[in-house]
Design a protein around this ligand. Structure first.
Ligand SMILES: NC(=O)c1ccc[n+]([C@@H]2O[C@H](COP(=O)([O-])OP(=O)(O)OC[C@H]3O[C@@H](n4cnc5c(N)ncnc54)[C@H](O)[C@@H]3O)[C@@H](O)[C@H]2O)c1
Ligand SMILES: O=C(O)C(=O)C[C@]1(C(=O)O)C=C[C@@H](O)C=C1
Length: 307
């Protein structure tokens, strides 16, 4: 087996992403020793019971002591306070990274706490499920998915390359991106779609209460996909919307304009407008498949989270 990429890794927050990273790193011997910390006693107890990390610590300070790589895998709103708490305990020369779904806010909240001589390299794996917590992770989560690295000016290339090597060894394709561009792209591809799914499920639920119909019981495939997305962790998504406010509002504004245009076409019986619109969107989907870029839809029916 090849030599680990990092000798000592600390995972702060022990949910879906951290636990998937742990199993992926262990499977391929990418980390020598992994310590872990989560805020709640219950999560730490569960982590100890299922062998999640080599040592579960009772404080974040203890977990990061001597670590070469520290991964912040907590909700985006908790990144700043966690960085502040661990800062005095970081090893000189260590790398701190994060996996947060929003990048500008995390950089603004974390970077001021990172001491001189410690590298901070923000990152975001574009992989997840609607499940959360220490028992939801699995080693295959990052396979054939993108991980976006968002390096800050002045970060040594060697340290960026090392983090890139870790994500590639966990199965991801890696790209680099500017933080503001990242937040706008993700508002389109992930954040606004989640809000739409939350809304659609809420609408159906209201309707069920009002009419006592069986909207949810007999939901078709499209709506079922919405219910999967709308089952995602409330804390995580509350923080995403609060911290990627401008980009999300910009995309929702555009979305609303399009929705009104379609609404008008339906009211006016403008079949040509609807047909042209759906023809355009179908071509986009087909273009993605022809370009071989449809790597973002693993079958979670097959890849089961750990029991
Ligand atoms: N779930 C996804 O689809 C997904 C995908 C990519 C990135 N992310 C990002 O990864 C991060 C973690 O998400 P997740 O899905 O693993 O969440 P999760 O809810 O499964 O796990 C979060 C963990 O953080 C712990 N935690 C919360 N506040 C804490 C604090 N102040 N100090 C220490 N621990 C704390 C929780 O106890 C839990 O163990 C988030 O920033 C999220 O935006 C999530
Ligand atoms: O597949 C899912 O369940 C996801 O929602 C994963 C997803 C996404 O929107 O694609 C969600 C949030 C992340 O920051 C990255 C990935």
């Amino acid at each position: 087996m090849s030599k680990p990429i990092y000798d000592r890794v600390a995972l702060i927050g022990l949910g879906l992403i951290a636990s998937s990273m742990f199993w992926a790193m262990k499977r391929a011997n990418l980390a020598g020793k992994v310590t872990g910390y989560a805020r709640s006693q219950e999560t730490r107890d569960t982590a100890r019971r299922i062998g999640l990390t080599d040592r579960v610590c009772d404080s974040a300070a203890e977990a990061v002591e001597g670590a070469d790589l520290v991964v912040l895998a907590v909700p985006v709103g908790a990144m700043g306070p966690v960085a502040e708490a661990i800062a005095p305990h970081l090893k000189p020369g260590a790398t701190v990274t994060d996996v947060g779904s929003v990048k500008r806010h995390v950089i603004d909240a974390v970077a001021p706490h990172i001491p001189e001589g410690v590298h901070f390299i923000p990152a975001h794996p574009l992989a997840g499920t609607e499940h959360s917590g220490p028992e939801s992770g699995f080693a295959e989560l990052f396979e054939n998915r993108w991980c976006l690295i968002v390096p800050l000016p002045g970060t040594p290339d060697t340290e960026i390359a090392r983090l890139r090597a870790l994500w590639e060894a966990m199965g991801s394709n890696v790209d680099e991106m500017d933080p503001d561009h990242h937040d706008l792209v993700l508002a389109v591809t992930s954040h606004a779609p989640h809000l739409i799914a939350y809304t659609m499920v809420g609408v159906a639920d209201d309707l069920r209460r009002v009419t006592d119909s069986e909207v949810i019981k007999y939901s078709a495939a499209g709506f079922r996909d919405f219910t999967r997305i709308a089952a995602s962790d409330p804390t995580m998504w509350r923080d995403v919307f609060l911290t990627n406010k401008d980009a999300t509002l910009e995309i929702l504004g555009r979305f609303t304009e399009e929705l009104f245009a379609l609404q008008r076409a339906i009211r006016q019986g403008d079949g040509q407008m609807l047909f042209d619109y759906f023809t355009r969107t179908r071509a986009i989907r087909r273009g993605i498949i022809e370009a071989g870029q449809d790597t973002a839809a693993p079958d979670f029916g097959r890849v089961k989270p750990r029991e």
